[in-house]
Design a binder for this molecule. Structure first.
Ligand code: ADP
Length: 737
């Protein structure tokens, strides 16, 4: 079998869009007029807002709580260990043991300490059934560099020249990249996609005795289970989706899927892309862990489909049960291991010291399931370091057991978390042979010669590698944002590109959104102000003429925490309101935002909600006027795309996918009708103020222009229509023909 190398002049839109930098297209052309200050226009917009009906929020609330991310192990299931199936017999060598690094921590929530007495406490009380909140262990602000300015509530009224910023350093690591030991192979340009070297002859001999996947005696029906559950929600309509590629069988192997297992954008991507691929006539199946914290209220017809899957692990095997269920029409298989390691019964998805082993196990289990069940997909699409071992298992193990057909697309949603670990993962998963995998051209970390890097493994072994925007693809490869993977991306650049994420228009759509009390589209945009009123009612904000600036997202340093904090005070100072919804797995960060929340507790123009709340996020997108995304780096960013769908004007930093999707009202090279927000470049207070200040001024002084900006944003097509076709082109390029 030969893995295919995409030609340099491939028709894939990826390089095209990289050049063009235009992921979405405005379909109509209303012009933004030249600005001409007029009190009349201002009062007109105010009239529209004040004429809005009062309608309290009725947002549904059934959020399931995330349990604390402490190292608790709960509900330990039975452990079934049996001798390993005769699958792998690669030579075992004792390897050096090194400490694992687990960078993939993301979500942690601590139980709220409720004592409603103040305004915000009353709101918490009101929302306590659907908000997951975290009370800080201590109120001392951990964001030390912010302490000084946090104590002064006065924002900078004028741009700050050389602000001393720096709570969290810029993610520029080019220096580190330059110091990487260079292998001879790096000097050659355009290295072809590697043909994984088969392991030694013993497994090959063994594979001759093994049945082809198709002829494996199965207790499992390859097809979905016999009982088709009632499906309450129809899958999206496909009228405008005309696929230009042949029908394919695609399997997504993923750690997250919205809304059942969502931490961030990865969950939304798998959810939206899978639906788009289906409605274009492909067969799509999704495999994910059966977490105890799945939102089971979004799974229909869950039933056991395969009760006897034995997954090789540390020379033995772990017994697993596989369940099938529909998640809003998506066909999903959930793998449940029965092991004392208790991999997926811990109350949340990430945040444990053995995360690398947990997801290495899941990945091995998913591949074993595909093989045992005789599934023969054209393409396996895996995501982030958690499932980056998929192509390694495929081309180093399962290929020799007869799985010669599938090809692998690997998507990197965030380079920051790479799954850097020790040799243990080789022994655990049955890959063994540390002397082989510790080669620089395979899994060895680019900086630590004693560590393995799972994300690098995915880049090396996959047939195609994508990240989630063309701009970020180039930032990661050439501008020091690859967190050390720059040399690897250069070596494999011919199979690497960026595709801007879409958003699922069945979920994020103000015309049909069940989580907002008033639905609207671009022609009935006045209805948006009723949602603004509902948002204020829900959060007990003052009802006035002020614009609402919002932030929704993980409270991760990546998201620009010190700029978010500064934006809160700056907005209040500029007569605006601010709403923040976010959470962090980092106790110090949570503590800081809790102290900020207490500091602003009685301010009627500010609400800080610490926790994860999908339903509330919909109301914020619909009710806010401006969404803020001041990230240090942002591979794609979904919040600005979602906000634009709801006519909420984005203020973003010019980086990654934000630069590919938001075009400045005053400075963009785009025609006026394609400008949709405000952009700033420098990661400092003055940069932020330059964009947020213009947005607030426009809202107050040129409301008609602001209205046009809102409409321009709504007219963009950020659905999965275009990226769905992009991925199909990639699949078609790499599939075995
Ligand atoms: P990332 O993947 O880096 O977390 P994205 O912007 O790509 O960021 O995706 C974030 C997704 O997660 C969006 O759908 C956003 O609405 C959602 N989200 C993030 N934090 C929260 C929260 N605290 N409550 C509800 N939804 C959230």
């Amino acid at each position: 079998m030969t893995q295919k190398t995409p030609p340099r002049d491939t028709k894939i839109i990826v390089p095209e869009s990289q050049k063009e930098g235009k992921p979405g297209k405005a379909v109509e052309r209303p012009a933004i007029k030249d600005e001409s200050p007029s009190k009349a226009t201002r009062s007109k917009a105010k009239d529209v807002r004040s004429s809005s009906e009062t309608s309290p929020s009725s947002v549904a609330s059934s959020k399931k709580s995330e349990a604390p991310a402490a190292q608790k192990r709960v509900n330990r299931p039975k452990q079934d260990i049996a001798p390993a199936p005769a699958v792998i017999a690669a030579g075992e060598t004792s390897a050096e043991k090194i400490t694992s690094t687990v960078p993939g921590k993301r979500l942690e929530n601590e139980p709220e300490n409720k004592s409603p007495s103040t305004r915000i406490d009353r709101v918490n009380e009101k929302n306590r059934n659907d908000l997951v909140s975290a009370e800080p262990a201590e109120t001392e602000m951990p964001l030390r560099d912010l302490e000084k300015s946090a104590s002064t509530e006065e924002p900078h009224s004028a741009p700050i020249a050389d602000t001393d910023m720096p709570l969290i350093p810029e993610p520029v690591i080019s220096e580190r990249a330059e110091n990487v030991e260079r292998m001879p192979s790096e000097t050659s340009s355009a290295t072809p996609i590697p043909e994984p070297v088969p392991y030694d002859s013993k497994p090959l001999e063994k594979s001759e005795d093994l049945p082809e996947p198709e002829s494996v005696s199965l207790e499992l029906e390859p097809a979905p289970p016999p009982i088709v559950p009632a499906e309450p929600e129809p899958v999206a309509q496909a009228q405008h989706h005309v696929s230009t590629t042949p029908s394919m069988f695609i399997v997504q192997i993923t750690p997250e899927l919205a809304p059942v297992a969502k931490v961030g954008g990865l969950a939304d991507v798998v959810f939206g892309l899978s639906n788009e691929l289906e409605i274009r006539g492909n067969h799509v199946e999704i495999i994910l862990p059966k977490y105890d914290c799945l939102r089971y209220d979004h799974i229909w017809g869950l039933c056991e489909t395969y009760g006897d899957l034995w997954v090789p692990w540390y020379g033995g095997a772990i017994h697993c049960t596989v369940y099938f269920g529909f998640v809003h029409g998506r066909k999903c298989f959930f793998i449940e291991p029965h092991s004392s390691d208790n991999f997926f019964n811990r109350g949340c998805i990430y945040g444990f010291n053995d995360d690398v082993l947990r997801f290495a196990f899941f990945t091995r289990a998913a591949m074993e399931f595909l093989w045992k069940s005789g599934k023969n997909p054209d393409v396996i699409h895996c995501h982030d370091w958690q499932t980056a071992l998929v192509p390694v298992f495929l081309f180093e193990i399962y290929k020799f057991l007869g799985m010669t057909h599938p090809r692998v697309c690997f998507t990197i949603h965030n380079f920051k978390h790479q799954g850097v670990t020790g040799a243990q993962v080789l022994h655990a998963t049955g890959l063994n042979r540390p002397e082989y995998y510790f080669h620089y051209d395979r899994l060895r970390d680019n900086f630590n010669p004693h560590a393995l890097n799972l994300m690098k493994a995915g880049v090396v072994y996959a047939n195609f590698v994508t990240t989630v925007s063309p701009r970020h693809a180039s930032e990661a490869k050439d501008q020091g944002q690859g967190f050390g993977l720059e040399p690897t991306l250069h070596i494999h650049h011919v199979k690497y590109g960026g595709v801007v994420n879409g958003i699922d228009y069945n979920v994020w759509n103000p015309e049909i959104d069940h989580y907002i009390p008033h639905r609207y589209d671009v022609d009935t945009i006045e209805e948006k102000y009723k949602n603004k009123k509902a948002l204020r009612d829900r959060l007990m904000l003052a009802d006035n003429e002020k614009p609402i600036v919002a932030f929704v997202g993980r409270l991760d340093p990546q998201k620009g925490l010190e700029l978010i904090r500064h934006a809160i005070f700056y907005t209040l100072h500029r007569r605006g309101q601010f709403v923040l919804l976010g959470s962090s797995p980092d106790g110090q960060i949570n503590s800081y935002f809790w102290s900020l929340k207490h500091q602003l507790n009685d301010n009627p123009d500010c609400h800080i909600e610490i926790g994860f709340n999908e339903e509330l996020s919909h109301l914020i997108y619909a009710g806010a006027d401006i969404i803020l995304v001041p990230s240090q780096f942002e591979p794609c960013g979904l919040t600005q795309l979602i906000a634009m769908r709801y006519g909420t004007v984005p203020v973003v930093r010019e980086v990654g996918g934000l630069a590919d999707t938001v075009f400045d009202k005053d400075y963009s090279y785009k025609p006026l009708h394609e400008r949709n927000g405000y952009v700033f470049r420098d990661y400092d207070y003055s940069g932020l103020e330059s964009a947020l200040g213009r947005a607030l001024s426009c809202y107050y002084d040129y409301p008609e222009h602001f209205r046009e900006l809102m409409k321009n944003a709504m007219r963009y097509d950020f659905s999965w229509k275009n990226p769905g076709q992009d991925y199909l082109n990639i699949y078609d390029l790499i599939r075995e023909k």
